[in-house]
Ligand binder design. Sequence first.
Ligand code: SF4
Length: 469
Amino acid sequence: MSEVAIPVPMKSVPAVPKVGFVSLGCPKALTDSELILTRLSAEGYATSKTFEGADLVIVNTCGFIDDAVRESLDTIGEALADNGRVIVTGCLGAKTGEGGANLVRQMHPSVLAVTGPHATQEVMDAVHANLPKPHDPFIDLVPGSFGVAGLKLTPRHYAYLKISEGCNHRCTFCIIPSMRGDLVSRPIGDVLKEAQALFEGGVKELLVISQDTSAYGVDVKYRTGFWDGKPVRTRMLDLVRSLGEIAAPYGAWVRLHYVYPYPSVDDVVPLMAGGAVLPYLDVPLQHSHPDVLRRMKRPASGEKNLERIARWREMCPELVIRSTFIAGFPGETEEEFQHLLDFVREAQIDRAGCFAYSPVAGATANELPGMLPAEEREARRARFMQVAEEVSTARLRRRVGATMQVLVDSAPALGRKGGVGRSYADAPEIDGVVRLLPPEKISKTLKVGEFTRARIVATEGHDLVALPI
Ligand code: SF4
């Protein structure tokens, strides 16, 4: 969904047009930003670090929860105040306000253009209409100057790999399908080509993202594609196996996010046990009680998650499970909430995040009976986090004394004063870290983007403390 850009006259076209860029929201939005920035750079636009120094500003927005909507609208307001020429893209751009009109247009009528998410071409059209691209005969003749992988906003050593857009589910608390549409899987050949390019470019950790990774290929009936001259099906199992093969020569990690507990995942876990990809699963469960899951209309809600997780752990004892939950969903009884607490204890969820339920404009859950008072929802979230932290800390403590491989994220002065890294159990941004002590051996150095072995000596909240060896 997008709106047509109305060109605003410019005084003069600068020699190298500069675009300011703000990227808000989740890793999926980040990959949209990377695509737009790649195109801008390939066409010879420069980027500006300030709104004032730019000829035009692009704001990639998030519209998931009310706080994110507010942050996005505020950022657009700031960009308009400081610069005046603003293009809006992303999830909020697809949202309607009162009377069915575009929300961003209602709040900020002077923006140049508004598009929904994954709309690189529409954003570029709006940029071209308002800030003509510089002519550079060399650049204009070089297609894809940044290679298959494009520009990345993440540090050089890790990258997100988006395998699909949209979602076929209709969870009652979520408006993502109305913003991003139904599932559209990227061709497997393209995905694997991008992965190869990222590893060649120095990426040591690839984070597979989507709205529902287990559903990869459902929309194209698991069509057979080609990679490296061989047929490969558009299906999670084949994708994971191929990614493991591509990562192996680079000694790189592959981490899976947003995996729902379908029976098909049972076939992926042995690949983790065999070391092809990290034994780490990000499974957004949201709740454990079958009645709440039904009210949420969650995918795989009929699955016996406790048994499934136990089976996964049997197949792969090293498996780390991260999940997110919602406390105080409409109609949640104290008994249903207790069920959730018991589940987190029994399933031994390594890393758990929890939101107090908050109504999202446009979500069907708003019409469910039994909305709990905000204080009760918040109190349940706090109770949940207390239990989750007990479980998490106990699981972390078991690592003390072990030697782990750590990917170094930060190491000033070659790590002589220590640094910060992550083990296979920690995804960037959302999990804990491994705090690295200064190495005992004088000759030992730490470098960002390289692996080091480290002996775990203590825990510190959600983090580990380790001595590089
Ligand atoms: S699975 Fe549910 S929560 Fe996730 S994007 Fe789809 S509808 Fe939203």
